[in-house]
Design a protein around this ligand. Structure first.
Ligand code: SF4
Ligand code: SF3
Length: 555
């Protein structure tokens, strides 16, 4: 196997024997074969004249791609089934495309890539063997920069697919986004595309990323209201058992809350579901008891101590410990071999969480891990409602700099850098955050500035749009020509592929001087890195002390 799609790739080079995430060689090969099948399906789809594509297939491509994101699906049977479905959909679509092109008098100038034609036969072991053969790393492009850019595009598209899935769950769709996912996947097969075309496609992926995040923002706020500043309890309520909901899916959490009303079961959030507490629709449930534990990589400690059932709705899932595997449930695109899975909702219906509720009622209450509270809910509306105070603080010099410290958390010690930066930033700087990166500093109590907390938490990584919207609104308010002209620095932590999309989105917006860490992506070749440095002044992180000093003077 060879995988280097996330920040924790072994030695910042690539995982070759087993993933740090727990992905083994067989699963890696199966995921590679799924990606190959999706590329083939996309190559067929991109030949379809208007009106021939099947919207269900377009959505399937995004959802199946989401299953290959880091820490989403570790179930070989599910990946195998998705690959079979990709081939079946391809084999249904291909004759329809052929006939439609024929009827329209269109020829097919280039032969279809073999992934669009390869026979679908075989069992799971055959798929794994074939996946190892066709994996991008098994036959890299002879030009390392083309290979690097194909991977950059693929990972950006995986992030886009994840955002699309989230928006579609809330009935917010965009055929344009789904079409681009297929266009981009098909482009990674196209040997006629060079560096400039692949860079342009990557930036277009970033542009569509902004659109996807805006769509998701509309989906979330339309359904659940605008987040409001809210203190969230970190402790546990004595005497009652609970269900712990992790991942990013707000609708799953909402349905768990609805189904637990009057059952005596409390509901706690974990990881990236912490921001749910800020939405009016969630605040209406008195049995939404608080947030339990830390970021995704602390789940083995957190889940073991929780005592009750745990639902993982999206990334990031880790290999479960025996102590809680019987209490663990996955849903949506998440999977883990041997872990119970909650199926999809029927049209107009809800998922069935009765098994978790029954198990919770027979469980002990959670062990208390910590006490106190954290302040969440500073998404775009809450910040812009305070725009006058923010601008006054900037104009008086009381607020010298915003530092965007969004993105992901991870298990490696190097991420202590982000805690050190948060602590070292002077009192006249405010941190804007979104994503699980915040767990490195959101419980530090860094004080207030001009009546606002010095850590403004916009929400999940899925809410990164809020940070863009706030920057754009502030730029407009002060008459700045570009958000680069504001006193804002970017110090991003990345881990998985949604963060790759957020990076591409910021580059598309022309944001310069982003610091990225703990390491730059292993999939960027030296020349592609140099290109990003030259065009966008992208920088690796340094020491906290040096980076804080540089950021405070706009460097
Ligand atoms: Fe390694 Fe990350 Fe790939 Fe897992 S997803 S195998 S940790 S590079
Ligand atoms: Fe985190 Fe997995 Fe990226 Fe949502 S939960 S930001 S890593």
């Amino acid at each position: 196997m060879f995988c280097y799609q996330c920040q924790e790739a072994t030695k910042n080079d690539g995982c070759v024997i087993r993933g740090i995430c727990g992905k083994d060689e067989r699963l890696a090969a199966l995921q590679d074969y799924l990606l190959y099948a999706l590329k083939g399906l996309s190559a067929v789809g991109m030949r379809a004249p208007a009106g021939v594509n099947d919207p269900a297939t377009d959505l399937f491509v995004a959802q199946a791609l989401f299953a290959t994101l880091t820490n989403v699906n570790f179930d070989p049977e599910r990946i195998f089934a998705l690959t079979q479905e990709a081939f079946a959909r391809r084999d249904t679509l291909r004759p329809r495309v052929h006939e439609a092109r024929h009827a329209a008098g269109l020829s097919c100038p280039t032969p279809l890539h073999e992934s669009g034609r390869y026979p679908a036969e075989g069992d799971l072991d055959a798929y794994a063997a074939r996946g190892a053969e066709v994996a991008p790393a098994a036959h890299p492009h002879p030009d390392a920069d083309i290979q690097s850019l194909r991977e950059l595009l693929t990972y950006g598209i995986k992030g886009l697919a994840a955002y699309c899935d989230h928006a579609y769950v809330l009935d917010h769709g965009s055929p344009e986004l789904l079409t681009f996912i297929q266009e981009g996947l098909a482009a990674t097969l196209d040997d006629t595309l060079g560096v400039s075309e692949l860079v342009a496609l990557s930036l277009r992926c970033g542009a569509l990323g902004v659109g996807a995040m805006a769509l998701l923002d509309a989906a979330n706020t339309g359904r659940f209201g605008h987040p409001e500043p809210t203190q969230v309890s970190l402790g546990v309520r004595a005497g009652a058992p609970g269900i712990l909901v992790s991942g990013h899916d707000l609708l799953d959490l909402y349905e768990v809350l609805q189904q637990t009303v009057g059952t005596g079961v409390l509901v706690y959030t974990h990881g990236e579901l912490l921001p749910a507490h800020a939405y009016p629709a969630f605040k209406a449930f008195p049995h939404l008891a608080g947030n339990y534990g830390g970021a995704w990589w602390e789940q083995q400690r957190d889940f073991a101590a929780f005592n009750g059932p745990i639902l993982v709705t999206t990334n990031c899932i880790q290999t479960p410990r025996e102590s809680y595997s019987e209490r663990l449930y996955t849903t949506g695109m998440v999977g883990f071999a041997g872990v119970a899975h909650i199926g999809e909702r029927a049209p107009g219906g809800q998922k069935d969480f009765s098994a978790l509720i029954a198990q919770a009622q027979a469980s002990q209450p959670p062990l208390e891990l910590e006490t106190g509270s954290v302040l969440v809910g500073f998404a775009r509306k809450a910040v812009l409602d305070n725009a006058e105070a923010v601008l006054a603080a900037v104009q008086s010099g009381a607020l010298k700099r915003f530092v965007v410290m969004a993105g992901c958390d991870g298990r490696h010690k190097e991420r202590e850098y982000f805690t050190e930066v948060a602590q070292a930033l002077p009192q006249d700087a405010i941190i804007l955050t979104a994503g699980c990166a915040k767990y490195r500093y959101n419980k530090l109590n860094l004080g207030t500035l001009g009546g606002l907390p010095r850590v403004l938490d916009a929400g999940q990584c899925n809410d990164s749009y809020s940070l863009v919207a706030v920057a754009q609104a502030l730029a407009a308010a002060v008459g700045a020509a570009h958000i680069n002209d504001l006193p804002i620095s970017y110090d991003l932590g990345w881990y998985e592929q949604k963060a790759v999309l957020v990076l591409l989105s910021l580059l598309h917006l022309g944001v310069k001087g982003i610091r990225l860490g703990p390491t730059l992506p292993a999939f960027l070749s030296p020349n592609v890195t140099a290109l990003l440095v030259q065009a966008f002044d992208l920088k690796p992180i340094g020491t906290a002390e040096a980076d804080v000093a540089a950021m405070m003077v706009g460097a």
